[in-house]
Ligand binder design. Structure first.
Ligand SMILES: [Fe+2]
Ligand SMILES: [Fe+2]
Length: 342
């Protein structure tokens, strides 16, 4: 085995006119043709600090089938601004062997420690009072090694929010903390345990909806079924397993209404039919889980956007999903020590 190729140049630091000489992971590649009909290659390169577009203008055909998603490449070229976005123009590109790189350098991860986050999650489970809801939370989060392992690694999305390793767990723990505060605030009008199950399970289907060994993408199950229904199916399966094991529940049967409520909170968490929920929220807990989920994902998405913005001055570049410019507070100019990709 050869020596590991050192990664010293990171995408976050690339500026206009910088020369580029570094290994990257290919997130996306496609062949396109210019006005003259000459083919060129569009790439998105990534490392743990971010992603950047790249173009191969010369002899693009030779790379078809080789420079593909999830492959490691060494790129020589130049960073330049194109329509005020950074882009690497590739002069030379070489496919790298899997064992020539340290994969950790290429995948962004949460700034928070997955083990510590998981301990906090189990801490919340430990405070639950309803024996059925608690048994269900334990069956999923405590007693299933595959789920534990996946929850510690999964991102929450391909690109929208918490789109990095352990992003899902970060999102779930953040939401559960907010739900805890809201249940104290509204008192008897909310079932804290049901809120918690909503926090824990609303996106749990994502651990199978997405693949995330390197590049995050949708799985076939994710594309055909989706994380809302997959989460509801998991609840059904775990309740059946609990009922089949004597002594796991206070009564042989899990109460039907409780089961329906948990599934409802999961299925309605996108809030609207056009956002993929088969039902709109029809109890307070479902409504609150939906609103807190929406808030937490937006706070993360906008924070990451501000943090990664390269525009000089107090205002970011145009954010296309929110159709506005964001003001950059002082923390946006601090060194990257608090960044999620560190
Ligand atoms: Fe979701
Ligand atoms: Fe979510």
């Amino acid at each position: 085995m050869g020596a590991l190729m050192k990664k010293t140049q990171f995408i976050r630091d690339l500026r206009d006119k910088d020369s580029v000489q570094s290994p990257f992971l290919v997130k996306f590649s496609a062949i396109a043709s210019g006005k003259t009909g000459k083919p060129y290659m569009n790439l998105i390169l990534q490392d743990k600090s971010g992603e950047i577009e790249a173009r191969i203008w010369e002899n693009a055909e030779q790379h078809v089938g080789q420079v593909i998603k999830d492959s490691f490449v060494f790129v020589e070229g130049r960073c330049q601004l194109y329509q005020s976005r950074r882009q690497v123009v590739v002069n030379r590109l070489e496919i790298l062997r899997e064992d020539a790189v340290e994969p950790k350098e290429y995948v962004a991860e949460s700034a928070l420690d997955p083990e510590a986050l998981y301990a906090r999650l189990l801490g919340y489970v430990g405070t639950m009072r309803d024996p059925f809801y608690k048994a269900l939370a334990e069956a999923v989060l405590k007693d299933d090694p595959e789920i534990r392992d996946r929850v510690k690694r999964a991102p929450a999305a391909k690109s929208v929010h918490h789109a990095y390793k352990t992003g899902l767990l970060e999102h779930v723990v953040s939401i559960t903390g907010i739900l805890d505060a809201l249940s104290a605030h509204y008192g008897k009008y909310l079932d804290r345990d049901l809120l918690f199950l909503g926090g824990f399970f609303h996106d749990i289907g994502k651990i199978w909806e997405l693949s995330y060994d390197r590049i995050t993408d949708y799985t076939t199950e994710g594309k055909l079924i989706g994380h809302l229904v997959m989460g509801a199916e998991l609840v059904d399966r775990k309740i059946r397993e609990l009922e089949a094991q004597p002594g796991k529940l206070p009564e042989p049967k899990f109460p039907e209404e409780k089961k329906l409520l948990v599934k409802h909170v999961i299925l309605s968490h996108h809030g609207l039919l056009e956002y993929g929920s088969p039902k709109r929220p029809k109890c307070l807990e479902a409504l609150i889980v939906h609103m807190v989920d929406d808030m937490d994902s937006k706070v993360n998405a906008i924070r990451m956007f501000i943090q990664h913005d390269q525009t000089p001055g107090r205002w970011t570049a145009l954010n296309r999903s929110y159709e506005r410019f964001f003001f950059k507070p002082d923390w946006a100019f601090e060194s990257s020590s608090s960044e999620s990709s560190e």
